[in-house]
Design a binder for this molecule. Structure first.
Ligand SMILES: Nc1ncnc2c1ncn2[C@@H]1O[C@H](COP(=O)(O)OP(=O)(O)OP(=O)(O)O)[C@@H](O)[C@H]1O
Ligand SMILES: [Mg+2]
Length: 365
């Protein structure tokens, strides 16, 4: 164990990483582009499965939390001290580096590091490594971006819930190399849009506009007309897989604000039923959402999803408000009195970034 960073190792493409193991066995990993640090994460060894077992008691008693203990058992975590590495933070420091596969590769680097040193720990064994997010122990929170990385890892490694099992040294940057041209949203392109000014122009000129007029307005501003509802009109971006929702009146502003709040505060269990919001104006004049395929007449939404949504105060379950995979794309109407503790995430409710001033720091292990 040392308190200094080790040598640089390749992550993928132009990116490298270095690792520092602290005396208390925390592992800090930093990612670089040249000499510039662009992302970092840290993880620590969980010394016993007991903490996970205690935590799972909450799931039984209050119906919330994750069943990581059961999931660890399912994956074969045995003995008193299985090698469980828990991620406490993961951040892309510079927003320009988001959406490039760095998050996933960074997690793989941490897994590789944990796998390599697992036997050298006091309680270490040569068995598999179990890789978990901090939420398993009920501390911290795990952002939607981080959950996407866990889901992505879960497709390539044995997994149960959010627990990943590692039986061989992971290949760092496996996805990034195999699929470097995946279409990801590029925050720079959004920042290029002057959304405040566009939103004001839209509301001023198009509040009573016909569809044909809105199509012309969109074209003039490099957007495409996607659809409209009672209170908002929805436009596609030229290069990014997002839509932008502008408003006809204050009702639309309220809808944008409701939608942004629901996304910002929702628990992972509710978020999985919602199309993610990328950025939102605090005043509700505009909102950027991931673009999805709307539901067709022959498709439907899972009953369980509808029950979850209804219990948490969502309204307006008509087909046009859902995507083809059954998530809500219009959740601008909300009965907030139904927005109970169970509907909301446990902590860190401020996660929706502003497109005009991206903060960069995203994922929390
Ligand atoms: N994320 C999205 N991806 C693709 N299409 C979308 C998306 N969000 C909205 N749309 C399309 O735009 C239409 C209008 O959007 P939305 O339902 O959000 O507006 P609204 O004014 O709140 O509607 P309502 O009249 O139901 O209150 C939708 O019915 C859908 O066809
Ligand atoms: Mg609608």
């Amino acid at each position: 164990m040392s308190n200094v960073f080790g040598p640089k190792k390749p992550l993928f493409g132009p990116y490298t990483y270095r690792v520092k193991r602290n005396v208390n066995d925390d592992t800090l990993l930093a990612v670089y582009h040249g000499s510039k640090r662009i992302a970092h994460m840290d993880a620590y060894w969980a010394y016993s499965v007991r903490t996970f077992e205690d935590r799972e008691e909450d799931v039984r008693r209050y119906g919330k939390g994750l069943s990581c203990y059961t999931d660890l058992r399912t994956l074969g975590a045995e003995g008193k001290y299985p090698n469980i590495l828990s991620v406490s933070h993961a951040f892309i420091d510079d927003p320009a580096y988001m959406g490039k596969g760095i998050g996933r590769a960074m997690y793989e680097a941490m897994m590789a590091e944990g796998y390599a040193v697992r036997e050298t720990r006091v309680s270490g064994s040569p068995g598999p490594l179990f890789f978990v997010p901090d939420v398993c122990k009920g501390v911290g929170s795990t952002s939607a971006d981080a959950l996407r990385v866990w889901a992505s890892l879960g497709r390539d490694y044995p997994s149960a819930g959010v627990v990943i099992r590692v039986d061989a040294p992971p290949v760092v940057g496996s996805r990034a190399k195999a699929n470097p041209r995946r279409r990801r949203r590029n925050p720079d392109a959004l920042v290029g849009l002057r959304l405040d000014a566009l939103a004001e122009d839209f509301t001023e000129k198009m509040a009573n506009g016909t569809t044909a007029q809105m199509r012309r307005w969109a074209k003039k501003h490099g957007l495409t007309y996607v659809g409209e509802g009672e209170s908002r009109a929805v436009f596609g971006h030229a290069t990014e897989p997002v839509v932008i929702k502008f408003v006809f009146s204050s009702y639309g502003q309220e809808a944008n604000q409701n939608e942004a709040r629901a996304w910002r505060e929702a628990s992972p269990n509710i978020r999985k039923h919602l199309v993610p919001i990328v950025a939102a104006d605090p005043a509700g004049r505009w909102l950027v959402m991931e673009r999805v395929k709307p539901m067709r007449a022959t498709q439907y939404t899972e009953k369980d999803a509808l029950a979850d949504l209804q219990g948490c105060g969502f309204l307006d379950f008509g087909r046009p408000n859902f995507s083809s995979d059954g998530r809500m794309l219009d959740y601008g109407q909300h009965l907030w009195f139904r927005w109970s503790e169970e509907c909301r995430g446990t902590s860190n409710p401020r996660r929706t970034r502003s497109a005009t001033r991206p903060t960069g720091a995203r994922s929390r292990g």
